[in-house]
Write a protein that binds this ligand. Sequence first.
Ligand code: NAD
Length: 242
Amino acid sequence: MLDDDIAIVTGGAVGIGNAIARRFRDEGATVVIADIDEATGAETADDLGCEFQHCDVREYDQVQALVDGVVDDHGRLDVMVNNAGISSVTSVEEMDLEEWEAVLETNLDGVMHGTKAALPHLTESNGCIINLGSIYGLVGGKGAASYSAAKGGVVNFTQQVAIDYADEGVRVNSICPGFVETPMTEELLESERFYNFLEQKTPMDRHGQPEEIAPVAAFLASDDASYITGANVPVDGGWTAF
Ligand code: NAD
């Protein structure tokens, strides 16, 4: 249980972040959803009985204002979930430089921004960070050059910060999902060609649901995970075991 914990979930308006926010709320946490999509974010927060803050994770000043504002309002921060992300399935040759920058800024800089802003507060609360990596941070993906580079960065950054802050009582882990049905993937999962590929690569022969990621986040945030730090946990139906 996450009774009385104060948590921030970036990119919590839809998809995996939404499911994590819901699960944390159900386990007794006070949850602040932060998202660039103001309309959907506010609607989701209303639905869940959570707070909403507009924030673009690419902008450090906005992330710092978000985190400091939550600590001002609630007295502390216990869990920072760096979940906001965008996808890209473009190979190096096809990709323009703007796309590379956008993916790296959101998926890697965004995680660093959340981590940097949250750490001074998490050392006070003995809190934890949960980053959203990907199977594409652990193994190669097909035609996903910028996404894999960013997620590989998240995986290594997670380990690095875990090492640097273990002495200060902050645990840092990532979840590395396989393909999960969210607005990010809905088009891809409708393609028969892609689904055949997914079934070939996934021992469990199916994609996942956000509700299969959220309990892992809740576990990593809980005292039951008190000896776990620097772990990049695949939740992928066996994709990376293959
Ligand atoms: P999604 O696209 O369904 O939702 C992402 C959320 O992030 C949206 O609410 C969006 O508005 C928000 N967002 C995007 N850019 C932002 C920014 N600059 N600042 C603040 N918010 C921003 O994505 P999802 O599938 O729920 O994925 C969540 C995380 O999990 C991402 O980091 C993604 O890379 C990762 N992931 C997803 C899958 C999958 O199959 N869905 C697999 C592996 C990893």
